[in-house]
Design a protein around this ligand. Structure first.
Ligand code: FRU
Length: 504
């Protein structure tokens, strides 16, 4: 049964989207159907298609009472919107259906596990915060029925000291034996984040197992949007902590993302950490979630925004919020590697390539330009005994605007800078990251869509993501070297379904 609140949202989005021209949206990144989008939710492969749900407020381009938007795709690049899947329409989630995940049940139905939010009324003994509990809805891939006995996890299922006000974003998965597990973000009594671990035979009745991982005053406060999976012989935990402090060039202030790599101790049901690092070193990346593809790839997608950088947006757009490219993950040498899903290569057209170009001062290259491109640049010093001082590439460029990526080999720092990308707000426009020092040799792949750049450094060892909202006619690319550099460049235009890439 579809509630009136959900019916209203579905009717509204179907009408409102007609006023949103395809070209005003990203070409091969998923954006909000209309209105507001934040975290990816319920990323899953179900009945032969990828399903991606998302935190959604259709009625405005600002965060509001959370619904779940819904899209499906065959190739992770072309997305079709389905009607909104969840609305805040029951007593257990009346103030929002917050983030969560999806699993398939043994009878073939799909179960959504999400956080139901209920604001406290300010009665004596009640705080002004929102109580958070885990709820489920079961459906067929389009329509979902909320479970009558929601919530399935509440304050009673917390360990001692765990807060019922910061208890959210369950990520569930199915074990090989058919039983289910989930991890949920929680705030411990010392105010810092922890991960709670639950088990279930049917994905409906859940039992608390353990505190799987603790913050120990390292990564911000509350841990949002956890994920946990096995990859390349390691256990990987992804978290999105609030209120982070920077640690050198590794983490930055505010809402950040952290990858913990280690192993799972089955007897203690706890995670033993071996290494940690930032998931993305750019500006706009938060709340990543993964799916296991039918061919065994672990693929991650994230909200290509951040709560701290939201002021950078298009003034009059009918949508706000996009996802990153889905990225294939692997673990090598204690690090999480990321690479655009291989499906992206099917969109490649119009190859232009240069080899061993000598770069000294400023230069452009014939045919190297565009705002929907897949561009790989490899640089090395012309003279290893006299390494250049600085390399830069400016893209999304016209006379007024550009976004820059620059590299200084003597400090081994890579910097993304979108100060000149049209933002009128005094917020973060730059971010720097330390890359391994390889004597001035560096290779990176940049994927540009209409409103974003994603940079994959040294074959995916590090990634930097940023949105940019300049007009897509700002499509120039220029190079700069302080010193002498040898450079290889390979570019493809990316031809998505909505139109021919060469038209821009
Ligand atoms: C993360 C987050 C989640 C929450 C959702 C609400 O971006 O704050 O913790 O479930 O957004 O929209």
């Amino acid at each position: 049964m579809v509630s009136q609140i959900l019916r209203d949202a579905r009717r509204y989005e179907a009408i409102a989207e007609q006023a949103v021209p395809a070209k005003s949206k990203p070409s091969f990144h998923l954006a909000a159907r209309v209105g507001w989008m934040n975290d990816p939710n319920g990323f899953s492969y179900y009945k032969g298609q990828y399903h991606l749900f998302y935190q959604y407020y259709p009625y405005d381009t600002k965060w509001g009472s959370m619904h779940w938007g819904h899209a499906v795709s065959d190739d992770l690049l072309h997305w079709n919107h389905l009607p909104a899947a969840l609305a805040p329409d029951t007593l257990q989630d009346r103030d929002g259906c917050f983030s969560g995940s999806a699993v398939e049940l043994s009878d073939g139905r799909q179960l959504l596990l999400y956080t139901g939010v209920v604001k406290q009324g300010g009665l004596p003994g009640e705080g002004s915060e929102s109580l958070q509990s885990q709820c489920i809805a079961i459906g067929d891939g389009t329509d979902y029925e909320k479970y009558a006995a929601n919530p399935v996890l509440s304050g009673a299922d917390l360990p001692e000291g765990g807060s019922a006000y910061d208890f959210r974003d369950p990520k569930a998965w199915r074990e090989k034996d058919g039983s289910y597990r989930c991890v949920v973000g929680n705030r411990a009594s010392d105010g810092s984040g922890q991960l709670l671990y639950y088990s279930s035979e049917d994905a409906i009745h859940w039992t608390f197992e353990s505190v799987l991982a603790e913050n120990k005053e390292r990564f911000g406060s509350m841990w949002e949007c956890p994920d946990l999976f096995e990859l390349d012989g390691k256990t990987v935990v992804l978290i999105s902590p609030q209120d982070m402090l920077p640690q050198g060039f590794e983490y930055h202030n505010g809402n950040g993302t952290v990858c913990l790599i280690g192993r799972f101790d089955e007897s203690k049901k706890s995670f033993v950490e071996e290494s940690n690092h930032a998931i993305d070193y750019g500006i706009d990346f938060y709340a990543p979630q993964t799916v296991l593809t039918p061919d065994g790839r672990r693929v991650m997608i994230a909200w290509m925004q951040n709560w701290d950088t939201l002021a950078v947006r298009m003034a009059k757009s009918p949508w706000c919020g996009q996802m990153t490219l889905p990225r294939e993950l692997s673990v090598r040498n204690g690090r999480l590697y990321q690479w655009p899903v291989r499906e992206l290569e099917t969109l490649r057209r119009n190859r232009v390539a240069y080899e061993n170009v000598l770069l000294e001062g400023a230069a452009t290259l014939e045919g190297i330009r565009g705002r929907r491109i897949d561009l790989t640049i490899t640089i090395r010093p012309e003279d290893e005994a006299n390494v250049y001082k600085k390399f830069a590439v400016w893209f999304g460029k016209n006379d007024a605007f550009h976004t820059a990526l620059s590299f200084r080999p003597y400090e081994s720092i890579l910097k993304v800078d979108r100060k000149f990308s049209g933002s009128r707000r005094a917020v973060i426009h730059q971010r720097r990251c330390k890359v391994p020092n390889r004597g001035g040799a560096l290779t990176f792949r940049m994927i540009l869509d209409r409103f974003s750049v994603e940079i994959f450094v040294n074959h995916g060892e590090q990634a930097l993501t940023a949105t940019m909202f300049t007009d897509s006619t700002a499509d120039g690319i220029a190079f700069f070297a302080d010193g002498r550099i040898r450079m290889d460049v390979e570019q493809y235009t990316l031809d998505a379904a909505d139109e021919s890439a060469s038209a821009e």
